[in-house]
Design a protein around this ligand. Structure first.
Ligand code: SAH
Ligand code: F3S
Length: 434
Protein backbone atom coordinates (compact mmCIF):
# COMPACT_ATOMS: atom_id res chain seq x y z
CA UNK A 1 0.00 0.00 0.00
CA UNK A 2 1.24 3.48 -0.84
CA UNK A 3 2.67 5.55 2.00
CA UNK A 4 1.22 8.98 2.66
CA UNK A 5 2.96 12.32 2.24
CA UNK A 6 1.76 15.60 3.74
CA UNK A 7 3.59 18.65 2.41
CA UNK A 8 3.14 22.26 3.42
CA UNK A 9 4.55 24.86 1.05
CA UNK A 10 5.37 28.38 2.25
CA UNK A 11 6.74 31.33 0.31
CA UNK A 12 7.18 31.91 -3.39
CA UNK A 13 6.37 30.17 -6.67
CA UNK A 14 9.85 28.62 -6.73
CA UNK A 15 8.95 26.77 -3.54
CA UNK A 16 5.72 25.58 -5.14
CA UNK A 17 7.77 24.11 -7.99
CA UNK A 18 10.32 22.60 -5.57
CA UNK A 19 7.45 20.92 -3.71
CA UNK A 20 6.12 19.51 -6.98
CA UNK A 21 9.59 18.13 -7.72
CA UNK A 22 9.78 16.48 -4.28
CA UNK A 23 6.27 15.04 -4.59
CA UNK A 24 7.18 13.56 -7.99
CA UNK A 25 10.42 12.00 -6.73
CA UNK A 26 8.71 10.53 -3.65
CA UNK A 27 5.77 9.29 -5.63
CA UNK A 28 7.66 7.56 -8.39
CA UNK A 29 10.71 6.31 -6.51
CA UNK A 30 9.26 5.63 -3.06
CA UNK A 31 5.55 5.06 -3.68
CA UNK A 32 4.25 8.00 -1.63
CA UNK A 33 0.90 9.57 -2.40
CA UNK A 34 -0.35 12.95 -1.19
CA UNK A 35 -2.66 13.46 1.74
CA UNK A 36 -4.15 16.68 3.08
CA UNK A 37 -4.24 15.25 6.63
CA UNK A 38 -0.97 15.56 8.56
CA UNK A 39 -2.19 13.12 11.22
CA UNK A 40 -2.44 10.21 8.77
CA UNK A 41 0.86 10.94 6.98
CA UNK A 42 3.95 8.71 7.03
CA UNK A 43 6.06 11.69 6.04
CA UNK A 44 5.47 15.36 6.87
CA UNK A 45 7.48 17.93 4.93
CA UNK A 46 7.52 21.68 5.56
CA UNK A 47 8.97 23.52 2.59
CA UNK A 48 10.03 26.80 4.19
CA UNK A 49 10.64 30.44 3.32
CA UNK A 50 13.15 32.67 5.09
CA UNK A 51 12.88 35.92 3.18
CA UNK A 52 11.40 37.64 6.24
CA UNK A 53 11.79 36.79 9.90
CA UNK A 54 8.17 35.98 10.77
CA UNK A 55 7.84 32.68 8.89
CA UNK A 56 11.04 31.42 10.51
CA UNK A 57 9.58 31.94 14.01
CA UNK A 58 6.41 30.24 12.91
CA UNK A 59 8.35 27.19 11.73
CA UNK A 60 9.31 26.00 15.20
CA UNK A 61 5.83 26.35 16.66
CA UNK A 62 4.44 24.53 13.66
CA UNK A 63 6.98 21.74 13.97
CA UNK A 64 5.86 21.29 17.59
CA UNK A 65 2.25 20.94 16.48
CA UNK A 66 3.10 18.39 13.78
CA UNK A 67 5.23 16.40 16.22
CA UNK A 68 2.27 16.11 18.61
CA UNK A 69 -0.33 15.08 16.08
CA UNK A 70 1.71 12.83 13.80
CA UNK A 71 1.59 9.03 13.76
CA UNK A 72 4.33 7.63 15.95
CA UNK A 73 6.27 6.12 13.05
CA UNK A 74 5.93 9.20 10.83
CA UNK A 75 8.99 11.19 9.78
CA UNK A 76 9.29 14.97 9.64
CA UNK A 77 11.50 16.81 7.14
CA UNK A 78 12.29 20.52 6.84
CA UNK A 79 13.17 21.72 3.35
CA UNK A 80 13.57 25.04 1.53
CA UNK A 81 15.30 28.32 2.36
CA UNK A 82 15.13 28.11 6.16
CA UNK A 83 16.62 24.64 5.92
CA UNK A 84 19.48 26.15 3.86
CA UNK A 85 20.35 28.85 6.31
CA UNK A 86 19.67 27.16 9.67
CA UNK A 87 20.89 23.68 8.70
CA UNK A 88 21.54 21.41 11.68
CA UNK A 89 20.39 24.06 14.13
CA UNK A 90 16.87 22.93 13.18
CA UNK A 91 17.59 19.44 14.53
CA UNK A 92 19.19 20.92 17.65
CA UNK A 93 16.07 22.97 18.37
CA UNK A 94 13.60 20.30 17.28
CA UNK A 95 15.36 16.92 17.79
CA UNK A 96 12.41 14.94 16.44
CA UNK A 97 13.05 16.35 12.93
CA UNK A 98 14.38 13.50 10.77
CA UNK A 99 16.06 15.44 7.98
CA UNK A 100 16.92 18.95 6.80
CA UNK A 101 17.13 19.52 3.05
CA UNK A 102 18.10 22.93 1.67
CA UNK A 103 16.65 24.68 -1.37
CA UNK A 104 18.33 23.50 -4.60
CA UNK A 105 19.07 20.13 -2.98
CA UNK A 106 15.57 18.82 -3.57
CA UNK A 107 16.73 16.02 -5.88
CA UNK A 108 18.24 14.37 -2.74
CA UNK A 109 14.82 13.94 -1.11
CA UNK A 110 14.69 10.17 -1.65
CA UNK A 111 18.19 9.86 -0.24
CA UNK A 112 17.83 11.91 3.00
CA UNK A 113 14.61 10.06 3.71
CA UNK A 114 16.68 6.97 4.52
CA UNK A 115 19.43 8.70 6.52
CA UNK A 116 18.14 9.75 9.92
CA UNK A 117 19.26 13.27 10.95
CA UNK A 118 20.64 13.92 7.46
CA UNK A 119 21.43 17.58 6.78
CA UNK A 120 22.00 18.49 3.11
CA UNK A 121 22.30 22.20 2.56
CA UNK A 122 25.03 22.71 -0.07
CA UNK A 123 24.01 26.12 -1.40
CA UNK A 124 25.73 25.75 -4.76
CA UNK A 125 24.56 22.20 -5.45
CA UNK A 126 23.82 22.05 -9.16
CA UNK A 127 20.40 20.70 -10.12
CA UNK A 128 20.14 22.71 -13.30
CA UNK A 129 20.11 19.58 -15.49
CA UNK A 130 18.55 17.09 -13.10
CA UNK A 131 15.73 15.14 -14.75
CA UNK A 132 13.05 15.41 -12.08
CA UNK A 133 10.12 13.03 -12.28
CA UNK A 134 6.91 14.71 -13.36
CA UNK A 135 4.13 15.99 -11.14
CA UNK A 136 1.89 19.03 -11.47
CA UNK A 137 -0.55 20.28 -8.87
CA UNK A 138 -2.71 21.27 -11.82
CA UNK A 139 -2.26 20.07 -15.42
CA UNK A 140 -3.68 23.38 -16.66
CA UNK A 141 -0.91 25.61 -15.53
CA UNK A 142 2.78 24.77 -15.44
CA UNK A 143 5.55 26.39 -13.49
CA UNK A 144 8.84 25.91 -15.33
CA UNK A 145 12.16 26.86 -13.73
CA UNK A 146 14.50 28.71 -16.07
CA UNK A 147 17.23 29.47 -13.56
CA UNK A 148 18.16 28.73 -10.00
CA UNK A 149 19.86 30.99 -7.44
CA UNK A 150 20.63 34.69 -7.69
CA UNK A 151 23.86 36.55 -8.39
CA UNK A 152 22.66 39.90 -7.13
CA UNK A 153 23.61 40.95 -3.66
CA UNK A 154 20.74 43.21 -2.65
CA UNK A 155 21.78 44.20 0.87
CA UNK A 156 18.44 43.24 2.45
CA UNK A 157 18.03 39.85 0.82
CA UNK A 158 18.85 36.40 2.18
CA UNK A 159 18.06 34.56 -1.08
CA UNK A 160 21.63 34.49 -2.49
CA UNK A 161 22.63 32.79 0.76
CA UNK A 162 19.85 30.19 0.60
CA UNK A 163 19.61 29.54 -3.14
CA UNK A 164 23.24 30.12 -4.08
CA UNK A 165 24.78 31.39 -7.28
CA UNK A 166 22.72 31.82 -10.39
CA UNK A 167 22.71 29.02 -12.96
CA UNK A 168 20.49 29.02 -16.02
CA UNK A 169 18.75 25.87 -17.12
CA UNK A 170 19.60 24.95 -20.75
CA UNK A 171 16.97 26.28 -23.17
CA UNK A 172 16.35 22.88 -24.81
CA UNK A 173 15.26 21.47 -21.42
CA UNK A 174 12.93 24.44 -20.88
CA UNK A 175 11.38 24.09 -24.34
CA UNK A 176 10.96 20.30 -23.83
CA UNK A 177 9.20 20.91 -20.54
CA UNK A 178 6.91 23.47 -22.17
CA UNK A 179 6.06 20.89 -24.88
CA UNK A 180 5.30 18.21 -22.30
CA UNK A 181 3.09 20.66 -20.37
CA UNK A 182 1.10 21.43 -23.49
CA UNK A 183 0.75 17.70 -24.26
CA UNK A 184 -0.77 17.24 -20.78
CA UNK A 185 -3.35 19.96 -21.33
CA UNK A 186 -1.76 23.25 -20.26
CA UNK A 187 -2.32 26.24 -22.51
CA UNK A 188 -0.35 28.54 -20.23
CA UNK A 189 3.11 28.26 -18.69
CA UNK A 190 4.80 30.30 -16.00
CA UNK A 191 8.58 30.72 -16.32
CA UNK A 192 10.32 31.06 -12.96
CA UNK A 193 13.58 32.49 -11.66
CA UNK A 194 14.78 34.99 -9.06
CA UNK A 195 15.96 37.20 -11.84
CA UNK A 196 14.51 35.91 -15.09
CA UNK A 197 15.75 38.63 -17.40
CA UNK A 198 19.33 37.85 -16.42
CA UNK A 199 18.82 34.47 -18.13
CA UNK A 200 21.84 33.01 -19.91
CA UNK A 201 24.44 34.55 -17.64
CA UNK A 202 25.90 31.18 -16.66
CA UNK A 203 25.17 27.57 -17.57
CA UNK A 204 26.70 24.65 -15.75
CA UNK A 205 27.77 22.85 -18.95
CA UNK A 206 28.69 23.90 -22.43
CA UNK A 207 25.41 25.29 -23.75
CA UNK A 208 24.27 27.65 -26.43
CA UNK A 209 24.14 31.04 -24.72
CA UNK A 210 21.06 33.11 -25.17
CA UNK A 211 19.39 35.91 -23.28
CA UNK A 212 15.87 36.02 -21.86
CA UNK A 213 14.46 37.82 -24.89
CA UNK A 214 15.72 35.01 -27.15
CA UNK A 215 14.45 32.38 -24.74
CA UNK A 216 10.98 33.95 -24.84
CA UNK A 217 11.04 33.67 -28.63
CA UNK A 218 12.06 30.00 -28.49
CA UNK A 219 9.42 29.10 -25.94
CA UNK A 220 6.70 30.93 -27.78
CA UNK A 221 7.35 28.78 -30.84
CA UNK A 222 5.95 25.76 -28.95
CA UNK A 223 2.83 24.70 -30.78
CA UNK A 224 -0.41 24.66 -28.81
CA UNK A 225 1.00 26.98 -26.16
CA UNK A 226 -1.13 30.10 -25.98
CA UNK A 227 0.10 32.08 -23.00
CA UNK A 228 3.45 32.70 -21.33
CA UNK A 229 3.89 34.37 -17.95
CA UNK A 230 7.11 34.85 -16.01
CA UNK A 231 8.41 36.10 -12.68
CA UNK A 232 10.46 37.95 -11.53
CA UNK A 233 12.27 40.27 -13.85
CA UNK A 234 14.73 42.82 -12.41
CA UNK A 235 14.25 46.48 -13.37
CA UNK A 236 17.98 46.84 -14.06
CA UNK A 237 17.87 44.27 -16.88
CA UNK A 238 14.77 45.63 -18.58
CA UNK A 239 16.46 46.79 -21.73
CA UNK A 240 14.54 48.10 -24.74
CA UNK A 241 14.89 44.83 -26.68
CA UNK A 242 13.26 42.94 -23.80
CA UNK A 243 10.36 45.38 -23.50
CA UNK A 244 9.92 45.39 -27.30
CA UNK A 245 9.69 41.57 -27.36
CA UNK A 246 7.31 41.65 -24.41
CA UNK A 247 5.06 44.11 -26.20
CA UNK A 248 5.18 42.54 -29.66
CA UNK A 249 4.89 38.84 -28.82
CA UNK A 250 1.19 37.97 -28.62
CA UNK A 251 1.78 34.86 -26.51
CA UNK A 252 3.40 36.84 -23.71
CA UNK A 253 0.76 37.84 -21.17
CA UNK A 254 0.68 41.56 -20.64
CA UNK A 255 1.56 41.40 -16.99
CA UNK A 256 4.90 42.53 -15.59
CA UNK A 257 6.22 42.39 -12.04
CA UNK A 258 8.65 45.30 -11.69
CA UNK A 259 10.02 45.19 -8.13
CA UNK A 260 10.65 48.80 -7.06
CA UNK A 261 11.69 48.19 -3.40
CA UNK A 262 12.12 51.94 -2.82
CA UNK A 263 11.45 55.15 -4.74
CA UNK A 264 14.45 56.93 -3.22
CA UNK A 265 17.64 56.69 -5.27
CA UNK A 266 19.72 57.05 -2.09
CA UNK A 267 17.96 54.07 -0.50
CA UNK A 268 18.16 52.07 -3.76
CA UNK A 269 21.91 52.63 -3.66
CA UNK A 270 22.09 51.40 -0.07
CA UNK A 271 20.07 48.38 -1.14
CA UNK A 272 22.54 47.83 -4.05
CA UNK A 273 19.68 47.52 -6.51
CA UNK A 274 21.71 49.02 -9.35
CA UNK A 275 19.09 51.47 -10.67
CA UNK A 276 17.75 54.90 -9.78
CA UNK A 277 14.23 56.24 -9.33
CA UNK A 278 14.56 57.87 -12.78
CA UNK A 279 15.60 54.61 -14.47
CA UNK A 280 12.66 52.81 -12.87
CA UNK A 281 10.18 55.47 -14.02
CA UNK A 282 11.73 55.50 -17.46
CA UNK A 283 11.28 51.71 -17.79
CA UNK A 284 7.62 51.98 -16.74
CA UNK A 285 7.11 54.75 -19.28
CA UNK A 286 8.69 52.65 -22.06
CA UNK A 287 6.61 49.65 -21.02
CA UNK A 288 3.40 51.65 -21.03
CA UNK A 289 4.20 53.33 -24.35
CA UNK A 290 4.79 49.95 -26.06
CA UNK A 291 2.22 47.84 -24.19
CA UNK A 292 -0.29 50.31 -22.74
CA UNK A 293 -2.62 47.87 -20.98
CA UNK A 294 0.03 45.93 -19.10
CA UNK A 295 -0.87 44.92 -15.53
CA UNK A 296 2.07 46.20 -13.50
CA UNK A 297 2.80 44.80 -10.04
CA UNK A 298 5.63 45.59 -7.68
CA UNK A 299 7.31 44.85 -4.34
CA UNK A 300 8.04 47.66 -1.89
CA UNK A 301 10.01 47.52 1.35
CA UNK A 302 9.30 50.32 3.83
CA UNK A 303 11.60 51.44 6.62
CA UNK A 304 14.85 50.08 5.23
CA UNK A 305 17.69 51.33 7.52
CA UNK A 306 18.27 55.05 6.97
CA UNK A 307 14.92 55.65 5.23
CA UNK A 308 13.88 59.16 6.34
CA UNK A 309 10.50 60.80 5.73
CA UNK A 310 11.76 62.37 2.51
CA UNK A 311 12.90 58.97 1.18
CA UNK A 312 9.53 57.43 1.99
CA UNK A 313 7.87 60.40 0.29
CA UNK A 314 9.81 59.54 -2.88
CA UNK A 315 8.42 56.00 -2.72
CA UNK A 316 4.92 57.45 -2.37
CA UNK A 317 5.55 59.71 -5.37
CA UNK A 318 6.36 56.66 -7.50
CA UNK A 319 3.28 54.84 -6.16
CA UNK A 320 1.03 57.79 -7.03
CA UNK A 321 2.64 58.37 -10.39
CA UNK A 322 2.77 54.77 -11.65
CA UNK A 323 -0.54 53.60 -10.12
CA UNK A 324 0.51 49.96 -9.88
CA UNK A 325 -2.15 47.29 -10.38
CA UNK A 326 -0.85 45.36 -7.38
CA UNK A 327 1.68 46.08 -4.65
CA UNK A 328 3.25 43.52 -2.33
CA UNK A 329 4.45 45.68 0.54
CA UNK A 330 6.64 44.68 3.45
CA UNK A 331 8.20 46.19 6.51
CA UNK A 332 11.95 45.76 6.33
CA UNK A 333 13.00 42.67 8.26
CA UNK A 334 16.70 42.23 9.13
CA UNK A 335 18.03 38.92 7.84
CA UNK A 336 21.14 36.96 8.76
CA UNK A 337 24.01 36.78 6.23
CA UNK A 338 22.96 40.09 4.63
CA UNK A 339 24.87 43.34 4.54
CA UNK A 340 21.95 45.40 5.85
CA UNK A 341 21.79 43.29 9.00
CA UNK A 342 24.76 45.33 10.21
CA UNK A 343 23.34 48.74 9.32
CA UNK A 344 22.79 50.70 12.52
CA UNK A 345 20.47 53.48 11.30
CA UNK A 346 17.41 51.37 12.05
CA UNK A 347 13.96 52.94 11.58
CA UNK A 348 11.70 52.98 14.63
CA UNK A 349 9.17 50.17 14.40
CA UNK A 350 6.16 52.45 15.07
CA UNK A 351 7.29 54.66 12.17
CA UNK A 352 7.70 51.57 10.00
CA UNK A 353 4.14 50.46 10.79
CA UNK A 354 2.77 53.93 10.07
CA UNK A 355 4.52 54.01 6.68
CA UNK A 356 3.24 50.57 5.73
CA UNK A 357 -0.33 51.49 6.71
CA UNK A 358 -0.14 54.76 4.80
CA UNK A 359 1.22 53.06 1.67
CA UNK A 360 -1.48 50.40 1.79
CA UNK A 361 -4.23 52.98 2.28
CA UNK A 362 -3.09 55.03 -0.70
CA UNK A 363 -2.80 51.90 -2.83
CA UNK A 364 -6.29 50.73 -1.82
CA UNK A 365 -7.70 54.05 -3.01
CA UNK A 366 -5.81 53.70 -6.31
CA UNK A 367 -7.24 50.19 -6.80
CA UNK A 368 -10.78 51.32 -5.87
CA UNK A 369 -10.54 53.95 -8.57
CA UNK A 370 -9.13 51.49 -11.13
CA UNK A 371 -11.69 48.81 -10.42
CA UNK A 372 -14.57 51.22 -11.11
CA UNK A 373 -13.60 51.01 -14.78
CA UNK A 374 -13.52 47.22 -14.93
CA UNK A 375 -17.30 46.63 -14.96
CA UNK A 376 -18.46 46.11 -18.55
CA UNK A 377 -14.97 45.26 -19.82
CA UNK A 378 -14.59 42.03 -21.79
CA UNK A 379 -11.61 39.75 -21.37
CA UNK A 380 -10.51 36.36 -22.67
CA UNK A 381 -10.11 34.29 -19.53
CA UNK A 382 -8.13 31.08 -19.11
CA UNK A 383 -9.82 28.99 -16.40
CA UNK A 384 -7.46 27.17 -14.11
CA UNK A 385 -8.97 26.77 -10.65
CA UNK A 386 -12.22 25.20 -9.53
CA UNK A 387 -13.56 26.80 -6.34
CA UNK A 388 -15.69 25.17 -3.65
CA UNK A 389 -18.40 27.84 -3.96
CA UNK A 390 -19.63 27.05 -7.49
CA UNK A 391 -17.22 29.45 -9.15
CA UNK A 392 -14.36 28.75 -11.47
CA UNK A 393 -11.45 31.18 -11.48
CA UNK A 394 -8.98 32.29 -14.06
CA UNK A 395 -7.01 35.21 -15.41
CA UNK A 396 -7.29 37.59 -18.28
CA UNK A 397 -4.33 38.07 -20.62
CA UNK A 398 -3.41 41.12 -18.54
CA UNK A 399 -3.61 39.23 -15.24
CA UNK A 400 -6.99 40.30 -13.86
CA UNK A 401 -8.29 37.59 -11.53
CA UNK A 402 -11.81 36.88 -12.79
CA UNK A 403 -14.30 34.23 -11.66
CA UNK A 404 -17.57 33.06 -13.17
CA UNK A 405 -20.23 30.55 -12.09
CA UNK A 406 -19.22 27.29 -13.67
CA UNK A 407 -17.87 23.82 -13.27
CA UNK A 408 -15.09 21.43 -14.09
CA UNK A 409 -15.83 21.35 -17.82
CA UNK A 410 -14.33 24.85 -18.10
CA UNK A 411 -10.95 23.90 -16.59
CA UNK A 412 -8.12 24.45 -19.04
CA UNK A 413 -10.34 26.30 -21.52
CA UNK A 414 -10.69 29.91 -22.65
CA UNK A 415 -13.86 32.00 -22.74
CA UNK A 416 -14.85 35.58 -23.41
CA UNK A 417 -16.06 37.05 -20.10
CA UNK A 418 -17.79 40.33 -19.29
CA UNK A 419 -17.01 41.74 -15.85
CA UNK A 420 -20.23 42.35 -13.91
CA UNK A 421 -18.94 43.10 -10.42
CA UNK A 422 -15.63 44.56 -9.45
CA UNK A 423 -13.49 44.59 -6.34
CA UNK A 424 -9.86 45.57 -5.83
CA UNK A 425 -8.13 42.36 -6.81
CA UNK A 426 -10.91 40.01 -7.74
CA UNK A 427 -13.57 40.44 -10.39
CA UNK A 428 -16.79 38.53 -11.01
CA UNK A 429 -18.03 38.06 -14.55
CA UNK A 430 -20.29 36.14 -16.88
CA UNK A 431 -19.36 34.21 -19.99
CA UNK A 432 -20.42 36.02 -23.15
CA UNK A 433 -22.38 33.67 -25.32
CA UNK A 434 -21.59 34.29 -28.97
N1 SAH B 1 14.22 38.13 -6.93
C1 SAH B 1 12.95 38.20 -6.30
C2 SAH B 1 13.05 38.60 -4.88
C3 SAH B 1 12.63 37.53 -3.96
S1 SAH B 1 12.23 38.07 -2.39
C4 SAH B 1 12.14 39.24 -6.99
O1 SAH B 1 12.75 40.12 -7.60
O2 SAH B 1 10.92 39.20 -6.89
C5 SAH B 1 10.62 38.74 -2.68
C6 SAH B 1 10.43 40.09 -2.10
O3 SAH B 1 10.54 40.04 -0.69
C7 SAH B 1 11.46 41.12 -2.51
O4 SAH B 1 11.21 41.69 -3.76
C8 SAH B 1 11.40 42.13 -1.39
O5 SAH B 1 10.45 43.13 -1.64
C9 SAH B 1 10.94 41.31 -0.20
N2 SAH B 1 12.06 41.13 0.75
C10 SAH B 1 13.22 40.49 0.54
N3 SAH B 1 14.01 40.59 1.63
C11 SAH B 1 13.33 41.31 2.56
C12 SAH B 1 13.61 41.77 3.87
N4 SAH B 1 14.78 41.50 4.45
N5 SAH B 1 12.67 42.49 4.52
C13 SAH B 1 11.48 42.77 3.92
N6 SAH B 1 11.16 42.37 2.69
C14 SAH B 1 12.07 41.66 1.99
FE1 F3S C 1 17.08 38.92 -3.57
FE2 F3S C 1 17.88 40.94 -5.02
FE3 F3S C 1 18.26 38.45 -5.87
S1 F3S C 1 15.93 40.78 -3.98
S2 F3S C 1 16.62 37.28 -4.97
S3 F3S C 1 19.22 39.41 -4.10
S4 F3S C 1 17.61 40.23 -7.10
Amino acid sequence: MAKKLFIETLGCAMNVRDSEHMIAELNQKEDYELTTQAREADLIVINTCSVREKPVHKLFSELGVFNKLKKESAKIGVTGCTASHLGEEIIKRAPYVNFVLGARNVSKITDVLHRDKAVETEINYDESEFAFKDFRTSPYKSFINISIGCDKQCTFCIVPHTRGEEISIPSNLIVDEARRSVARGAREIFLLGQNVNNYGRRFSGDHKTMNFTQLLREVSAVEGLERIRFTSPHPLHMDDAFIEEFAANPKICKSMHVPLQSGSTAILQKMKRGYSKEWFLNRIETLRSLAPHTFISTDIIVAFPGECDADFQETMEVVEEVKFDQIFSFKYSPRPHTEAEHFTDVVDSAVASERLTHLQKVQDAILDEKSRHYVGQRHRVYFEELRQDGYIAGRSHNNLAIRVKGGEELLGTFAEVEITQSARLSQIGAIVVA
